[in-house]
Design a binder for this molecule. Sequence first.
Ligand code: FUC
Length: 815
Amino acid sequence: MLGRLATVLIMLVMSQTAFPQTATAKTPSPDLLLYDKPARDWNAALPIGNGRLGAMVFGRVDEELLQLNDDTLWTGGPRDWNNPAAKDVFAKVREAALAGRYKEADELSKGMQGPWTTAYQPLGDLHLKFDHDPAAAKDYRRDLDLDSAIATTSYSVDGVTYRREVFVSHPDQAIILHLTASVTGKISFEASFTSQQKFKTSKADPRTLAMSGYVAVRSDPSYVKSENPIEFIEGRGMRFATLIRAVANGGTMETSDTSLKVSGADSVVLIVTATSFNGPDKKPDTQGREPMPIATAQLDAASSKPFPTLRDAHLADYQPLFQRVRLDLGKPSLLPTDVRLANYPTDRDPNLVALVFQYGRYLLIASSRPGDQPANLQGIWSKDLRPAWSANYTLNINSEMNYWPAETTNLAECHEPMIRFVTELAENGKTTAEINYGLPGWVAHHNSDLWRQSAPAGDYGHGWSGWAHFNLSNAWHCMDLWERYRFSGDEAFLRDSAYPVMKSAAEFCDALLVENPNKPGELITAPSTSTENSFYAPNGDRCGFSIGSTQDMALIRDLFTHVIDAAQLLKVDPDFVKRLTDRRLLLRGYRIGEEGELMEFIEAYKETDPHHRHLSHLIGAYPGEEITPQSTPDLANAVKKSLELRGDDSTGWSMAWKMNLWARLGDGDHALRMFDYLLRIVGTDETAFKGGGIYPNLFDAHPPFQIDGNFGATAAVAEMLVQSHRRDERGRTIIDLLPALPGEWKEGSVAGLRARGGYEIELGWSDGKASSLVVKNAIGKRAAPAVVHVNGQSIDIELDAGQLRTIDPGQPPRK
Ligand code: FUC
């Protein structure tokens, strides 16, 4: 438990030996972010993390800056967010919605709200001052090697070459900074802390500087006008402790209450921090843990190990995850990454796409490890006291998208924090379902936080129905549980962990359904949103609520289908299976509109924003599996039409979603075309592009930075190469190889992508056709029978534990 609670451990290592011996000898991997200048701003700094601890590395010459984060540092604490008045209001909202008085329903729903969620908080900054003149620095370079998860900065001043390597160790729960110079005795610096939080620093021991403090109890959402948006109360809220220790060889060290100075040494420095977080149901002040002893214990443990031991342990932990997947789209460029981004519109460098793909995997490993918190809107990297949208868990697309690549790109372990989060949210959500709705099962809404808030946000009347009252994030997040089972075939997980949560969500959804007053016998939701979208009611009112939106029906159908499948597999709950099977048939189905589009609302209402970023009505095509070109061609065409009407350009995550949808429609060229938008460099200068795109550090730009776009893009590239959501008439998983290969990617190979049923794929292609194929059993037990579709052939496959099969994919049969 100790390891889970400490916040940041930074170990700054200055090597005993000179630069040439200690430099990372191996050639840089093609998975490299590379720059020839220090980061000008946060969106150019390089993120490192171990799931819990994060740092943004600026790579500056005279004053290095590491901006620090801990994934448990949030405002507030657990509280009663349920609203006993909501149940009666809900009945009135429903009545108004069913009668078509949507605007009235919107207004009334304010009476069902709870508080805003709490906000994720930055920890502080570590400054390292060097007596190096940036103007005199030569051969400057900084990089982030995704293969080793080490960020390196190097330059020469007065003939001495300096190098800093920094990584965040998961095994040692530490940020470790290793400083070397080409001449011995040349490492001198002064380290200090600052923080936007309430903090003080002190000398902990002759080689250790401490910072301790506490965060605000409240930070209002960035979109709320507030006179006093941030409230600190001494003795309340989350506490933290941070330590930096220099382990010096030679030279001198001087520690005061404000800084730690090292002169003329070859040495090691460590920093650790901890928070008082003690679980989502414990108050971080009165029931919290004491952070300083935790940080001290971690520091002592890490600082007793030499640097090579720490680095080897880091690599042994990280590389087995990252190296599971290789994507080769041609010769990598060694130009700086920001230059490659600028060149993309003309050279359409496929390796830049491969880098962005691998970066998403890197970011997931760095922000979501077993036992830690799930990746929030910014993963774990956030610098603002009032971060955009509170950097919370936004459950109406964003938190789901964060985990889209987890299974397909072979990072199932990194899915664990979200699976645990959903399970804990479901516990709180049972109380909310009972108090706020008087219904069984569990419910959650569009926002949540460290404390697993399950009630609608909105500060008791300041939220808008279109987002605050989306109440099917339970169904949406149950996809995480079902997919975990589908990829792993782990029946114990399905029985003990997933099914109870899925069943409870289905109980809520079942009880939520009402009969459509305009079509007896048909089941719908009322009220209902199509997430964050609005429309003009016939009287001209702009409304968020309606009834029976396509999104709601698709989510409920998806959940019912999987609960039925799961219960049948587990041979449990036959009566419930019968009920859901019967009720599923009565759910309102899809409708195709006048323009051939998939209708979003129950009527063809006039749209307020035809290019709206959300694509909730298309959930059945992705991430759902109900609509496919093969099984429902008319609906697939309607999805295509809807995508065309929405247009390509949008916010970062929206474009990433479209990329996945185009891949599912089998249109790899259109999926790739989305990168024309997604790879536009977004800047802060007046003249810079400010729409959806990418920052110089490859963080996705909503804008501002939101990590979902990174994860969505990674998932989309996987979806272009391997899909496994379809089943044949015998219920076998269909593994579609190269289902949406862009014409531009003539040659390439990919290894390590996962397919449902327990398979791992190694695949090469040439001239747009598969040229080599190995299918492996990836689950250590007999995998479910599947059928591989490749080059127009169908190949039956069933593999025992540890078995692999090399297949000659041949050529497609002549038509
Ligand atoms: C949803 C989206 C916004 C943003 C926010 C965090 O509300 O509609 O675009 O991504 O989440």
